[in-house]
Design a protein around this ligand. Structure first.
Ligand SMILES: Nc1ncnc2c1ncn2[C@@H]1O[C@H](COP(=O)(O)OP(=O)(O)OP(=O)(O)O)[C@@H](O)[C@H]1O
Ligand SMILES: [Mg+2]
Length: 340
């Protein structure tokens, strides 16, 4: 890395509730779960990202794991700042990366309050950002999907992340109408934990529930290529003795139904607010799905059936927002929708 590229370091950051992704020189250089492990006595960070995730749910009184973001926004300011700082260091551990002109584009949920936006800006600045821009997540998702966001055409994006589902109609470089609900991947995981407790009397942690979601998660009780049942082990709530239960995707479809209905209602609410000309564009092009939630089996089909507009899963949906934030970084002078 030459001295000049060092002086003009540029980073695009998708600071997500579940995953943080950093793009530098058009490449994904960090892709880690948004979690840190802290030593209680000293407050020192002992692990970040994957290493901290390994410890999640397995800690003792001297160590705690913290997910600094909840529901799409920073819930623990100090932990968030340390996490961003630590992840930036991962890019190039040999230099301290305190470039005097670190330019950053960071994305924020479209429903963020002033205070929440301030928290992201402050954390980014404390982590070394001198020139910080912000972009709304659905706008970043649209850019990452490859949509020409400045065209006089309507496009609708639904980004189902860990903390929030962001729904937005974009045209002429702006968000025309949007909805941000705090029901997304984390909520689905919590639904699964509650279901296992009530239905099977088995106590499971967040990581196990997440594994169930990935292995047999489904949005419909009848899908093509159904996955085999997934065996879940854990303590019986009554006896504390170990039990093992096979879980089918149909059960999970049933358990996620309520949350998915809320996502559908939110999408319909945005369609209701959409001006007719843009609505027509959306019906002919379809609605784009991004975020990790887009990978839920049968989701695109369920939404297409329910709403009667085709839903299209973005290519590599987990990285769409990060890719778009990277595109924004290269166009900071051109895109007037970036916020300083
Ligand atoms: N195959 C899959 N099936 C269902 N859910 C999945 C799958 N893969 C990942 N997820 C879920 O996607 C979520 C993470 O998605 P993503 O990385 O887009 O969220 P995020 O950007 O960190 O969160 P947010 O945008 O809300 O702040 C997690 O809840 C994860 O469990
Ligand atoms: Mg996201």
């Amino acid at each position: 890395m030459g001295i000049f590229s060092f002086l003009t370091q540029e980073l695009a950051i998708d600071l997500g509730t579940a995953n943080t992704i950093i793009i530098h020189n058009d490449k994904i250089v960090v892709d880690e779960p948004s979690i840190v492990a802290i030593e209680n006595a000293t407050g020192k960070i002992i692990a970040i990202g994957h290493a901290a995730m390994q410890m999640h749910g397995k800690t003792h009184e001297n160590i705690k794991t913290i997910r600094p973001l909840r529901d799409g926004v920073i819930a623990d300011f100090n932990a968030a700042e340390q996490m961003i700082r630590g992840m930036i260091k991962m890019i190039n551990p040999s230099n301290r990366f305190f470039s005097p002109s670190l330019r950053m584009v960071v994305c924020i949920p479209s429903g963020s309050t002033e205070v929440e936006i301030r928290a992201v800006r402050d954390s980014s600045e404390h982590a070394g950002g001198r020139d910080v821009y912000m972009i709304y997540e659905p706008m970043a998702a649209a850019l990452g999907i490859g949509i020409d966001v400045t065209a006089p055409e309507g496009n609708m994006v639904v980004d189902i992340g860990g903390g929030t589902t962001e729904i937005a109609v974009i045209a002429l470089g702006g968000i025309v109408c949007n909805e941000s609900i705090r029901i997304a991947g984390d909520g689905f995981t919590a639904d699964i934990q509650a279901y296992m407790r009530h239905q099977h009397n088995i106590k499971i942690g967040e990581r196990t529930a997440e594994d169930i979601k990935i292995n047999v998660g489904s949005a419909m009780p009848d899908i093509d290529n159904p996955p085999p049942d997934y065996n879940v082990r854990g303590p019986n709530l009554m006896t504390a003795m170990p039990i093992e239960v096979p879980i089918s995707y149909q059960e999970i479809a049933h358990c996620l139904d309520k949350s998915l209905s809320k996502v559908e209602s939110a999408i319909l609410a945005v369609l209701e607010q959409t001006p007719p000309e843009l609505y027509a564009d959306i019906v002919s092009k379809g609605i784009y799905l991004a975020g990790g939630g887009a990978l839920l089996r049968g989701l695109a089909k369920r939404l297409t059936d329910k709403i009667s507009i085709p839903f299209l899963i973005a290519e590599d949906p987990l990285h769409a927002v990060a890719r778009g934030t990277g595109i924004a970084l290269k166009n900071v002078d051109k895109f007037s929708f970036l916020m300083r």
